[in-house]
Design a protein around this ligand. Structure first.
Ligand code: FES
Length: 226
């Protein structure tokens, strides 16, 4: 049988802790340590934690409510802009992607409700066109030209090295959201083939061995280079 700690000892554990200022992990840890140490969580402390959780929950729900209404208002605006136009779903999706940099799932769901179009149909369109993104774009955008001239000059090898270095395929963003890798069709610099565009800057006559350097260079904050 677990021994019950005197109240003064429990106080010593909890007193210095300002419960309302703790994050969820700290509250959980506190509960676990009280249980492990005393075999129970005193009623006054559990009541206080319940109150803190209720306050945090209410704040989060208010934030969620604001996000929901912002999303609804934005979607209604895009729909109103294109309501009577042919092919308006694609134009609305363009507007959404221009706004967010991609098409967030919650926005696609709101669009589905607003238009009365099945979500599956919206995703059919999004995934059919390579242009639309379902994930937030990376901080850096690396586009490898895969046009004919670049292809003949080794674009496949360059692209393969980009995949190796970043650990993602074209159309994907690295887990840390730092790099988005993609391919493009001819950027008009065929004389410099194979070419790539990193953060808007064209690099020509690229060799696979240079890719690691390009990536490392892009990570260096502007103005930090020696
Ligand atoms: S094919 Fe790559 S720049 Fe033209």
């Amino acid at each position: 049988m677990k021994s019950v700690a005197p109240a003064s000892e429990v106080d010593q554990v909890v007193k210095p802790v300002k419960l309302a200022q703790q994050d969820e992990a700290a509250l959980l840890e506190l509960l676990q340590s009280l249980e492990a140490r005393h075999g129970f969580v005193p009623r006054d402390i559990s009541d206080e934690i319940s109150r803190v959780v209720a306050v945090k929950l209410e704040r989060l729900q208010r934030i969620q409510g604001k996000l929901d209404s912002t999303i609804r208002r934005d979607v209604q605006r895009h729909v109103a802009d294109w309501r009577n136009e042919e092919g308006n779903l694609i134009m609305i999706l363009h507007a959404i992607q221009n706004q967010h940099g991609y098409v967030p799932r919650e926005v696609a769901m709101e669009l589905s409700r607003e238009l009365g179009v099945k979500l599956a149909r919206i995703y059919e369109v999004i995934t059919f066109y390579h242009y639309f993104k379902l994930q937030p774009p990376g901080v850096h955008e690396l586009k490898v030209c895969n046009g004919t001239a670049c292809y003949l000059k080794g674009a496949a090898e360059v692209l393969g090295e980009c995949r190796n270095q970043l650990g993602v395929a074209e159309g994907q963003t690295t887990a840390d959201r730092q790099f988005h890798l993609d391919t493009v069709r001819c950027i008009g610099c065929c004389g410099m083939a194979p070419a790539l565009v990193l953060d808007g800057k064209v690099h020509g006559h690229v060799r696979a061995a240079e890719i690691a350097g390009f990536i490392a260079g892009a990570k260096v904050p502007k103005g930090a280079a020696a």
